[in-house]
Design a protein around this ligand. Sequence first.
Ligand SMILES: Nc1ncnc2c1ncn2[C@@H]1O[C@H](COP(=O)(O)OP(=O)(O)OP(=O)(O)O)[C@@H](O)[C@H]1O
Length: 341
Amino acid sequence: MISISNAKKIFKTRHGEITAVDDVSLSIHEGEIFGIIGYSGAGKSTLIRMLNGLELPTSGTVDVNGKVISGINSRDLRKARQKISMIFQHFNLLWSRTVRENIAFPLEIAGISKSERTKKVEELIELVGLDGRGDAYPSQLSGGQKQRVGIARALANDPEVLLCDEATSALDPQTTDSILELLVDINKRLGLTIVLITHEMHVIRKICHRVAVMEAGQVVELGDVLDIFKQPKESITKRFVQQVTEPEETKDTIEHLLNEYKDDLVVKLTFVGESAEQPVITNLIRSFDIQVNILQGKVSQTQNGAYGTLFLHLRGNSDEAKKAVNYLEQASVGVEVITND
Ligand SMILES: Nc1ncnc2c1ncn2[C@@H]1O[C@H](COP(=O)(O)OP(=O)(O)OP(=O)(O)O)[C@@H](O)[C@H]1O
């Protein structure tokens, strides 16, 4: 569906050259929700903008649905863009136009007749959950509603690909979730391929099937979201996974415990799929002469299945605690003994 081969983007500035995208190759499959995560300056925007020709690679190729976006003339590019639409962090709506008129705008440009436009706009208003708001102006809408207009407008020409540029970064957590749910719904209903960029692992966890992690212009890790949660390899990926699985309070609690009770152990268990159903904790308490305190536990749903973490504080004789850790290592859960370093 989308194939990026050895794409490189070098910006020439007064202060020298900046390699924003550095030899990236990846494929995105039809119908998937593909996330690209990275910190500010990693090259995400530049990469996603290459998919609709807003940026052209300095070298390498970008192919979307059989069209070499990096090499076509501007007329063909305009046409291709009707099938590759985009939504933005700050919505980019036309402020002097109503919701209906905003959604109709790309249809007008595409030369669709008035009666067809009216029909399509009403369908889209319903699809994105804006019933009754068609005559409102953007300034009268909440952030979530504005993004719904952005999504409806992006869907007007029945695109094959929807690009989302930090589409929820300006929204509060609850509104973020409702927009993410809408994107999943659209992906399922319309079979639309979605590519999004974000700096929040929550977004990846909640809706993406696969994820690429970017750092300094390169893709440093790529895989199914559940696999990345289970076994992040690069340290940057581990940090992103921790955004979701280890809130700051947990880190503080663990640090405090390790300082206070030097002989105790703090272990982090990770459960994936079926392993979450085993009575591991019951067995631990019954079989070993130790106290088990649960510090924090969390089960996160991803699009590919559930992933859970549990932090335990094991108190008691150190030999017995070690035996308990051995038992955990034999059970089909991931075990990591946390140390203070
Ligand atoms: N038009 C441009 N001219 C010069 N440098 C640019 C341009 N666009 C991006 N850059 C530089 O390229 C690098 C990657 O930027 P990019 O915006 O792609 O990263 P990002 O991961 O999307 O970060 P952010 O979320 O902050 O936008 C940065 O160092 C940025 O300053």
